[in-house]
Design a binder for this molecule. Structure first.
Ligand code: BDR
Ligand code: CA
Length: 338
């Protein structure tokens, strides 16, 4: 067994390391499929000064891609990121379908529009021109190596397409913090698979086979981050438009979780990778090699996580989150929404 990697070794946004008075922000692209927990993750990122949000790219996942792109634009508007002459976090629409399969959505857990109980509205601003995969390539390749991080919160289709277009992207990217995967906790869409990997297993397999620095926040970690009554109430009490939106998403998830799964407090998946980029010490990570099942119908999208260097046959190039500090994640959400 190799040693553990704790958060301290992860890339943290530099906060004025030379005490110059200037704050260096972490350039970030968020690829997502909002989605109620994606929405909370976006609020977390939108309210964090540590990030320079280069783009939000969307993919077909929880709901079809036209809706995920609309929802991302709605959420950006709620967060007040649209300012005259300064359009932060432009939204690029990406893949409508997985690489080789037909899209399977998750509307039971996110509502038919992907916004839970919230009524969607048509945002003021349209999507930015171009496909999400092209935007990822252009934004990362035009900046210094390793300077752009990604948070991937839905099926990995857009990133796989970007890597096909520009293989050099893998080495150029900074950390790619992914919500995806199932191991000790079992699956959530099937007995052994987590939804994002199950939805496009070929894309996940392709991305993981590259040299990209992928850190996976699977169900083993995200099931430790539960939206308890107290935590939801603390977000709601902040009373801002961002807090009200995040609170509504959390309430919807709580109700759905109680009805469908029978758990009292819903797990909060997608904010975890974003929280790690902000505060790595909230998570414990272990080096590993992750491969994805693409052949079997029964175990489609299962993530085989190998921690043993002696039997892996290649370097343990990925990292797998094994613990999460739930109070710490919710404190960050409250900070962003407050
Ligand atoms: C993941 O699946 C989606 O339904 C959620 O948004 C999250 O990204 C959890 O398995
Ligand atoms: Ca998601």
């Amino acid at each position: 067994m190799t040693g553990r990697i704790t958060g301290q070794l992860a890339l943290a946004p530099a906060r004025d390391p030379a005490h110059t008075g200037r704050v260096t922000r972490q350039a970030l692209i968020i690829d997502c499929d909002p989605g109620v927990d994606d929405a909370v993750a976006l609020m977390l990122a939108f309210g964090a000064d540590e990030f320079e949000l280069l783009a939000v790219t969307t993919v077909g996942g929880n709901v079809p891609v036209e809706k995920t792109a609309r929802n991302a634009r709605m959420l950006r508007q709620v967060a007040g990121l649209q300012k005259p002459g300064h359009d932060e976090a432009p939204v690029f629409m990406g893949a409508a379908q997985p690489l080789v399969r037909t899209l399977g959505t998750a509307t039971d857990f996110h509502g038919p529009e992907g916004t839970g109980d919230l009524e969607p509205f048509e945002p003021d601003l349209p999507c930015a021109d171009g496909h999400a995969a092209d935007a990822i390539v252009d934004l990362v390749m035009s900046r210094p190596a390793k300077s752009v991080a990604m948070a991937v919160l839905g099926p990995m289709t857009n990133l796989a397409l970007a890597l096909r277009k520009e293989p050099a992207l893998a080495e150029r990217l900074g950390p790619v913090a992914v919500m995806g995967g199932a191991r000790a906790e079992g699956g959530n869409i099937t007995a052994s698979a987590e939804f994002n990997i199950w939805a496009d297993p070929e894309a996940a397999a392709e991305v993981l086979a590259t040299g990209a620095e992928v850190v996976l926040f699977g169900l083993d970690a995200t099931h430790q981050v539960r939206a308890t009554e107290d935590r939801i109430a603390a977000v709601e009490a902040l009373g801002t438009p961002m807090a009200k939106t995040a609170g509504a998403m959390l309430r919807f998830s709580q109700r759905v979780e109680r009805t469908i799964v029978g758990w009292d407090a819903s797990p909060l998946h997608d904010p975890c990778p974003v929280a790690w980029l902000l505060k790595p010490e909230l998570f414990e990570l272990k080096p590993c090699l992750v491969k994805v099942e693409t052949e079997s119908d029964l175990t489609r999208g299962h993530t085989a996580v190998e921690f043993r260097q002696a039997v892996a046959g290649e370097p343990l190039k990925h990292r797998w989150a094994v613990t999460a500090d739930a109070d710490g994640v919710f404190a960050l959400i409250a900070r962003s929404c407050g």
